[in-house]
Design a protein around this ligand. Structure first.
Ligand code: PEP
Length: 248
């Protein structure tokens, strides 16, 4: 069974050496025995700095992407092994911004998941539909296709992943899926995981898309919403802390 919720911040391409110190200091100052798991997924340039800043912290370190290849002539890429050396516990895989701007396919996302798992890093696998897909009634079909590719390559250890349902129309737009809309998709994903694994109940399915201090509690109260992947609000310490409190 899922024991603790996970609240993971996605800093995207934000931050700086000075700003990161201030942000993490402010979050630490407001953390009192959190009863959920917490992670921040930082730009790779800041992994070394954040590894140091998070030493002996309950906040775990995450990355935002990894290479599907093990090593070699892949200029600009970062391998799972490298992430491991910086103490990375989670890596976001298949975020819609990577699928959209870097042409990541379902197959390459599945390979990245395989690479992360083989190196003991938990992938936070993102799936989600566009507004046009939702409006034409294709939501379930799209997210099931995206998850099916991951299950196809990683079926034997699918219960080791974290899944994130992130409707593209809700990311960074201020439009949030209603708790009922989100729960309905999470239930579909849970059903697909159950068909693939006897241990599907243990997979945490996060919701992401304009989650904030005001809407977190009702979203996190849904039976199949096991945490949040937080973009914009993870850069505002008071908002991030309020979401963490909502997950208690
Ligand atoms: C995200 O980028 O994963 C995300 C959910 O962003 P935001 O919270 O800003 O919508």
């Amino acid at each position: 069974m899922r024991t603790r919720k996970l609240i993971a911040g996605n800093w995207k391409m934000n931050g700086g050496l000075i700003a990161n110190v201030a942000l993490l200091k402010a979050i630490h100052a407001g953390l009192h025995n959190p009863s959920c798991d917490i992670a921040v997924c930082v730009p790779s340039a800041f992994l070394a700095q954040c590894q140091t800043l998070l030493a002996s912290s309950p906040i775990e370190l995450g990355a935002q992407d990894l290479s599907q290849h093990e090593a070699g002539a892949y200029t600009g890429e970062i391998s799972a092994q490298m992430l491991k050396e910086f103490g990375v516990r989670y890596v976001i895989v298949g975020h819609s911004e990577r699928r959209q701007y870097h042409a990541e396919s379902d197959a390459s996302v599945a390979s990245k998941v395989q690479r992360a798992l083989a190196n003991g890093i938990t992938p936070i696998v993102c799936v989600g539909e566009s507004l046009a897909e939702r409006e034409s009634g294709q939501t379930d079909e799209v997210v099931k296709r995206q998850l099916a590719a991951v299950i196809h390559l990683n079926g034997h250890c699918i219960s080791e992943i974290v899944l994130a349902y992130e409707p593209i129309w809700a990311i960074g737009t201020g439009k949030t899926a209603s708790p009922e809309q989100a729960q309905a998709v999470h239930a579909v994903l849970r059903g697909q995981l159950k068909a693939a694994s006897d241990h599907a109940e243990r997979v945490r399915i996060l919701y992401g898309g304009s989650m904030n201090a005001a809407n977190a509690a009702t979203l996190l109260a849904q039976p199949d919403i096991d945490g949040g992947l937080i973009g914009g609000a993870s850069l505002k310490p008071q908002d991030f802390l309020a979401i963490i409190d909502s997950a208690a």
